[in-house]
Write a protein that binds this ligand. Sequence first.
Ligand code: AMP
Ligand code: MG
Length: 435
Amino acid sequence: MSAPPTNSIVLSFEDARRVVEQQAALIRASEVQAGGSQVRGTESVDLLSAAGRVLAEPVVADRDIPPFPRSTRDGYAVRSADLVQIPATLAVIGEVKAGEKLDKIPSKIESGQVASIMTGAPVPAGADAVVMVEYTSQHGTQVEITRSVVPGENIVPRGAEARENALVLDRGLRLNEAAIAVAASVGKSRIWVYERPRVAVLTTGDEIVDVEATPGPTQIRNSNSYSLAAQIQRAGGEPVLLSIALDELAGLRRLIAEGLKSDLLLLTGGVSMGRYDLVEQALSEMGAEFFFTGAKIQPGRPVVFGKCGTGECGADTPVRERPVTYFFGLPGNPVSTMVTFELFARPILEALAGQSPRQRRFLHARLKREVRVKPGLKRFLPAILSGEFEQSQVELVAWQGSGDIAAAARANCYIVIPADRERIAEGEWVAVMMR
Ligand code: AMP
Ligand code: MG
């Protein structure tokens, strides 16, 4: 057998990312054209199980938020003009607690008057500020106030957070706890979300056996399908594990065709330069188009990204009316598989999930120990971030290279080293990609 005949397209990390982002934008554009939910199914879920799902409906405020001018403090609702001279002694004409019935609230605060008020309670008409209770002392129906206030102080005006019918959450938002709070506040006990895209995982390699099997002396257990399944789920997809493909073209083609019925296909292994690395060859013979067949990164250099059109790659009856199905050939080394999923497959998965684009999240931390590398590749090296906030520090974990799963499990992040750096000194700020 000879090496795969595909022309190699090796891009810098930045160019490879750009290609991925462009394709993600095309996915979003084509789905907008097709009316979104025609391509991707939607389902209604209970708000309690909506975290992490992608919103499929615009959510609007069902009334002004807040629905009344809301006091943000315990204290006294006052007319600020009455406190130009302090201390001032004013008449307490009532008390307003949170949830007070309308007919119990003083209809108007006149000059010289105040109402005692609690956090979250509606500010009566006439009052334009709230003085915190800490600056007051009440004796019977009189209160002495020792602090002046500016108009509006400690009051959130009616509708200041959102007007009735205003859009508060848009389609494509990945629901986090804050978005869920907003949904709850406008009365959405159930909410429409997009169905999760199905992501086929096809592991290749003559040496790979499934977790349940007892490996022979030269065999190893399949860990990539499981790490990928975890990453797919976390990114909002539904993993579909295919059977393990041997390093042999016919079987590989059959499983690739099966995998292309999902919304996205991830292959692992078989993309390096070895004689039995047949993934590119199989895909290329099936009519696939490649965007790149390598990226100047470590780990993960042989990563492959491409697409198959409808009717190509043996997928004559795609499950959905998708004009193209994307695939990634992720390198087989387990840490490379994890890193390349995060860097390249995840943005495509998120686009297929209906999620609006977002930047990769990263942070900066000080390097605990000097790092030396050969320049030329952008590196994403397993590392441990420790200390909190201003004290954060990060250091590489000792590892045996990109096959070292145990080191990857000891790590909690990756240090990102630019391709042109050879040495990074102790104490320097470095970019850190979180898991
Ligand atoms: P390959 O990319 O096929 O050359 O594989 C690179 C390395 O990753 C080899 O040491 C493989 O044995 C290992 N590997 C490939 N696939 C898997 C997998 N599914 N689980 C664990 N290790 C794997
Ligand atoms: Mg292999």
